[in-house]
Write a protein of this length. Structure first.
Length: 118
C-alpha cells in the first residue's frame, strides 16, 4: 500500500483528533460541539445555533454536519434553510465528517464542518 502524506495550506485548521466530548483542531482543544472553517475554529452551540451555520453562506460550498457517534437525520427545516442559503449539506457521524473535512481541506476546497461530540 502506498501512503501519501497529506499537506494543508499555511494556517489551515485540520481536525487533529477527537474523543469523548472533545475535538482537537489546529492544536487547540474544544469541549463540546465545534464549528470549523479552513482558517477558523470555535465552540458551537449545537443544532440550536442555526445563526452560526447560516453565517457560512457565501464562505463555504459544503457543510459537513457531524451528528455525534452515530449518523442521524438533521432537522429538515435546518437542512432546507441551509440549502436555500446556498450551502450543500452532507450529514454523517462526526468521525467520518471530520475525516472527509480534512481530505477536502487538503484539496483547498471551500468547506466547513459543524461537529457534535462523540
Amino acid at each position: 500500500m502506498n501512503l501519501i502524506e497529506v499537506t494543508f495550506d499555511d494556517g489551515a485548521l485540520p481536525v487533529e483528533g477527537y474523543g469523548p466530548g472533545f475535538f482537537r483542531v489546529g492544536g487547540k482543544v474544544f469541549d463540546g460541539p465545534v464549528l470549523i472553517t479552513p482558517f477558523a475554529a470555535r465552540s458551537w452551540g449545537g443544532l440550536a445555533d442555526r445563526a452560526a451555520l447560516m453565517a457560512l453562506a457565501g464562505q463555504a460550498d459544503v457543510l459537513f454536519l457531524g451528528m455525534g457517534a452515530e449518523i442521524a437525520h438533521a432537522p429538515a427545516d435546518l437542512r432546507k434553510a441551509l440549502e436555500a442559503a446556498g450551502l450543500g449539506v452532507e450529514v454523517m457521524a462526526s468521525p467520518p465528517a471530520a475525516r472527509t473535512y480534512n481530505v477536502l481541506l487538503s484539496e483547498g476546497r471551500r468547506i466547513a464542518a459543524a461537529l457534535l461530540p462523540v
